[in-house]
Design a protein around this ligand. Structure first.
Ligand code: AHR
Length: 512
């Protein structure tokens, strides 16, 4: 038996914190073809739909057990006025979506349509309110409209619009990117507004809101610190005025001016992307460290409610629509993010990929022809699907010993293996990413503390790192059963092809 390249020691009987399913959350903004054409085609469309919502998209997304969906933005949230999106569609006012393509928005997808979408997906709604151009009253009334049961003015208005029962809305965003498109505010100014707006987002009946303040961009630790300070005494009597702070981090390959192409890239670009994707772990750790100083018992959550790759738009598409292809490289960006999320589960309570359909690092790309109905599942979709076993499982720490030297990229070391694991219901799931563009790697899973009574493995890879799915070749990158797993006296020996993502599922029993 040859010597493995690396060893991953896992104590199967020592489960750690829960990996919340909400780390696998999603984001749908009124941006390009995410809502219109992606989720929403309208009731008159030839594409099969329920009340205007495309059923093929819903069906595909059900395979991911989406835990929550953030809406309506993003930057759009801070110019959205929810009352424009209720009532008879033909009477809804129009507006200009000035952030995204400067197009006219007809508000045909509004509050009721979003809640119907969440119901179809089985996802919990995460509604992001407008601080930048809205009012405290407007946000407060939206909460009342959605969640109040009696005959209050907003509950009555909801009923007049055809919905008797209140909805359950667990997650509430208090503005978005207040440091930028959400109002270009200073941290102190926003922190005061966050306190004020959050105060008037009431818990109606049994609906308890989890209020998320608009957090930092990338490594702006001062922003996080200002929000934490603004909370005052977290352990004193009464609840903190907001319950979480957010963070946004996108993986770009070049600069913001020229972010690189989604599918035309070389091996050097691949490694730069992987280095930048792995940076998310440092950001999560350092923002958590700031939060620890004010909240040592971790009552306040960190929410990474925008993450993913951001490439140059596909040629010939509207630059404001952020439409990009999605290759095997995007899949590995996702898999290393999830490993980092699992390791950050003590503080990270939610994460939302940007965005679900047709925008940035999407799960699904639909044909722009409004009558076509064609769609493809992206490599990123498959990573989400392969990881559903981690939802609400308990983390198993993976002690990874890789004897190979890290690769130097942009003057920094890049580890080429990434791994994480979890356990639930008498099973365990191990995730293994081989970021080496050219070399296969063998990893010994050194499994301790439980008996492994069975195993299955799946692998996501393709001959080329640029491989991606198109209507003509929809399965160029798709998961397959992996036969590269051999029993070993210490556990299992797993062969990882170059540029691949592998999951190994284990059946467990107590040691005899
Ligand atoms: O996801 C696209 C945009 O990126 C969002 O609208 C904004 O919040 C961020 O800058």
């Amino acid at each position: 038996m040859s010597t493995p390249d690396a060893r991953a020691v896992i104590d199967l009987d020592l489960p750690g914190p829960q990996i919340s399913r909400h780390l696998y959350g999603h984001f749908a903004e009124h941006l390009g073809r995410c809502i219109y054409g992606g989720f929403w085609v309208g009731e008159d469309s030839d594409i099969p739909n329920e009340g205007g919502i495309r059923l093929d998209v819903v069906e595909a997304l059900r395979g991911l057990s989406i835990p929550n969906l953030r809406w309506p933005g993003g930057c759009f949230a801070d110019e959205y006025h929810w009352r424009d999106g209720i009532g008879p569609r033909e009477q809804r006012p129009r507006m200009v979506n000035s952030h995204w393509g400067d197009v006219v928005e007809d508000n045909s997808f509004g509050t009721h349509e979003f809640m119907a979408l969440c119901e179809l997906l089985g996802a919990e709604p995460y509604v992001n309110g407008n601080v930048g151009s809205g009012t405290v009253r407007e946000m407060s009334e939206w909460v009342e409209y959605l969640t109040r049961a009696d005959d209050s003015p907003m509950a009555a208005l909801r009923r007049a619009n055809g919905r008797d029962e209140p909805w359950r809305v667990p997650f509430w965003g208090v503005g978005n990117e207040a440091w930028g498109c959400g109002g270009n505010m200073r941290a102190e100014a926003y922190a005061d507004l966050a306190r004020q707006y959050a105060t008037f987002c009431r818990n109606h009946g049994g609906n308890e809101l989890y209020r998320i303040a608009a957090g930092a961009n990338v490594d702006d630790y001062e922003w996080t610190e200002t929000l934490m300070k603004a909370l005052g005494c977290i352990d004193c009597k009464g609840k903190p005025v907001f319950q979480a702070v957010s963070l946004h981090y996108y993986t770009v390959n070049g600069s913001w001016k020229d972010k690189g192409d989604a599918t035309r890239f070389d091996v050097d670009d691949w490694y730069v992307t992987m280095l930048r994707a792995r940076r998310v772990e440092e950001l999560l750790r350092r923002h958590s460290t700031v939060m620890d100083r004010y909240d040592p018992y971790r009552k306040i959550g960190l929410v990474l409610d925008e993450w993913g790759t951001w490439w140059n738009v596909e040629e010939g598409t509207n630059p404001g629509f952020l439409y990009q292809q999605n290759s095997l490289r995007d899949a590995l960006v996702a898999s290393v993010h999830f490993d980092a999320f699992h390791r950050s589960a003590e503080r990270l309570v939610m994460a939302n990929i940007a965005q679900t359909v047709n925008v940035l690092q999407a799960m699904i790309l639909t044909d722009p022809d409004p009558d076509s109905g064609a769609l493809v599942l992206t490599p990123t979709y498959h990573v989400f699907e392969m990881n559903t076993g981690h939802h609400d499982a308990r983390r198993l720490d993976v002690h990874l010993q890789d004897d190979s030297d890290p690769r130097e990229v942009e003057g920094q070391p890049l580890e080429l293996l990434s791994a994480s694991a979890s356990t639930k219901d008498g099973t365990a799931l191990v995730s293994l990413s081989n970021l080496d563009a050219d070399r296969p790697r063998s990893v010994l899973l050194d499994l301790r503390g439980m008996e492994v009574t069975g195993h299955r493995a799946r692998v996501l890879t393709a001959p080329a790192i640029q491989a991606h799915n198109t209507p003509a070749d929809p399965t160029a990158v798709a998961p397959a059963e992996h036969d590269g797993v051999q029993p070993h006296p210490r556990g299992l020996l797993v062969e990882l092809p170059p540029h691949s993502y592998t999951t190994v599922s284990l059946d467990l029993a107590p040691l005899g």
